[in-house]
Every structure is written in C-alpha cells, then in structure tokens.
Design a protein around this ligand. Structure first.
Ligand code: GTP
Ligand code: MG
Length: 262
C-alpha cells in the first residue's frame, strides 16, 4: 500500500492526516517506542516463563523415567507403560485466561493456570496408578498442591484418571523457581476411552451427540469393570504362584543384567 506523501501526490484521508500529524510529534513517537519496548519485554518474559515450565516437565519426566528404569530392573513387571508431556500452547493459555475472566498477565498465568506443563503417565493396572503417584509424592522436592481422584469419583460423563497438581523446583544458573505441573495418571483402558471422548468434545455438530455420550458412559463403566477384573486376575495369579526361592530371584535378576542402561 502506498502511504500518501508529498512525493507520490496521493491525498491523505482525514484519519491518515491525523496519523501523520501525530507521528510528527516527538512526544507521541517516544511514547509509542516505549510501549513497543514494554510489549517486547513482556514477550521475552513470557518466553522465559515457558522455558521454566518446559524445564519443570523435564524434571518430572526424568523422575518417572527413573522409576520406570528401577521397576524394569528390579521387578518382572513395569507399572509404567508410557509417559508423554505437553506444554500448553499460547493460544490455549490466552483462551483459558479470557474464558475465565482472569487478567492476561504473567502473574495471573502463574497463579491461575496449573496445567501449562502437563505430563501423562499410562499404567497397565489400576493399582499401578497409586503405586506411581505415591512414589512421586514421596520425593522430597515434590510438593502436592491438589489431588483429584476421578477414579474414586468419576466425572458424570464417565471420565476416570488420577490428577495431581504438584510443584517442583527448577534450578537455573543463579536462581531456583518452583513451577506447577499437572500430572495425569491413568490405565491403558482409561486412556483409550479418554482419547475417543476428547475427539468427541472437539468435533462440532456430530449427529446424535447425546446418544453417543450415553454410549460412551456405558463404555466407561465396562472399561472400569474390565480394569477391576484384570487386576483381580493378576492378583490371583500372583497369589497362587509359588513364592520364588532366593535362587529364582537371583536368576531372574541375572536375566535382566543386559537390560539397556543408557
Ligand atoms: P480444565 O480447565 O479443562 O483444565 O479443567 P480443570 O482445571 O477443572 O481440571 P480437571 O481436572 O477437570 O481437568 C484437567 C484435564 O483433565 C483436562 O484438560 C483434560 O486433559 C482432562 N480431562 C478432564 N475431564 C475430562 C473429560 O471429561 N474427558 C477427557 N477426555 N479428558 C478430561
Ligand atoms: Mg486443562
């Protein structure tokens, strides 16, 4: 677009004229420059904050990986099937702040949003969820802020998972900062259900949505029943199996000597 000026002979509109006059005022340009600088500093600080959340996620991911390594080396079964992490996008952060009427500031983000850093741990059985949660919460640099047990108290739609909001220190070269992380722990079956239900929530205009929600609730009950039955079968197998002798245990551990330790 050609902005009107003396050289190109274009005639400015009234608002363009006003803008030209404003920009000719050094007070205005200084103020504009200062506010642009402030805005850029906010962007830089926001990025630093996201870096801290990303580091907090690494800390917690490592804690779960350490537990997983220990379990695979010491036991014949690992209560952790998989671990995934996600950092909330800028879009979703702004959207959640706006939706809840919270101020769009870094302080408000830190205060109000507990799910900027999210980690999900998937376990084979229900009891593994609590084993893993306890093992994490016993660590002395992890502080529990909030615990929501949607397995004991499932949501009305059938959603089940254990949610922990924790705080973990991130050590930088000169400072230490406690950062919040949302931990979701669920079984493979609960995750299977939650993924489909999540898709349903984000797809608009699905015909017969109400009937599908009802069917999903039924599936959640069946899945929970299966989770409980699978656990009982495992416990039964464990209880009837002969208690291993010391030699058995030693041989088993020797069999795992080659487990890849990186
Ligand atoms: P959000 O504002 O959604 O973060 O909810 P909240 O702060 O009240 O916490 P809540 O523990 O209810 O949910 C946190 C997260 O758990 C969500 O962002 C989802 O990842 C997951 N979640 C909670 N409820 C459901 C559900 O009904 N279905 C699915 N698929 N996921 C859920
Ligand atoms: Mg959330």
């Amino acid at each position: 677009m050609n902005f009107p000026n003396k050289e190109n002979g274009l005639i400015p509109t009234q608002s363009q004229e006003m803008l030209i006059n404003l920009l000719a005022d050094p007070n205005v340009t200084t103020k504009l420059y200062d506010s642009a600088k402030r805005m850029m500093w906010s962007v830089v600080q926001y990025n630093e904050m996201k870096m801290l959340y990303s580091c907090a996620l690494k800390e917690i991911q490592t804690k779960f990986e350490v537990l997983s390594t220990e379990f695979s080396l010491r036991n014949n079964r690992n209560p952790i099937s998989s671990i995934s992490t996600r950092l909330k996008s800028t879009d979703s952060i702004l959207d959640k702040l706006e939706r809840n009427g919270w101020p769009i500031t870094l302080e408000s983000m830190e205060e109000n949003l507990a799910d900027i850093a999210g980690i999900r741990v998937i376990c084979p059985y229900i009891d593994d969820i609590y084993t893993i949660a306890d093992a994490l919460l016993r660590q002395d640099d992890v502080t529990l802020i909030r615990r929501k047990d949607y397995i004991e108290n499932p949501k009305a739609n059938g959603y089940r998972s254990l949610h922990l909001i924790i705080s973990v220190p991130v050590f930088l070269s000169e400072t230490k900062k406690n950062m919040k992380v949302e931990v979701q722990i669920r079984t493979i079956a609960m995750d299977f259900w939650a993924s489909l239900e999540h898709q349903m929530k984000y797809k608009k205009d699905i015909p017969e949505a109400a009937a599908i929600m009802e069917e999903l609730l039924r599936c959640a009950e069946i899945i929970h029943d299966t989770d409980v039955r699978m656990l009982r079968i495992r416990e039964h197998i464990e209880s009837v199996a002969d208690a291993p002798t010391e030699e058995d245990l030693l041989l088993e551990r020797i069999g795992r000597l080659d487990l890849s330790l990186k």
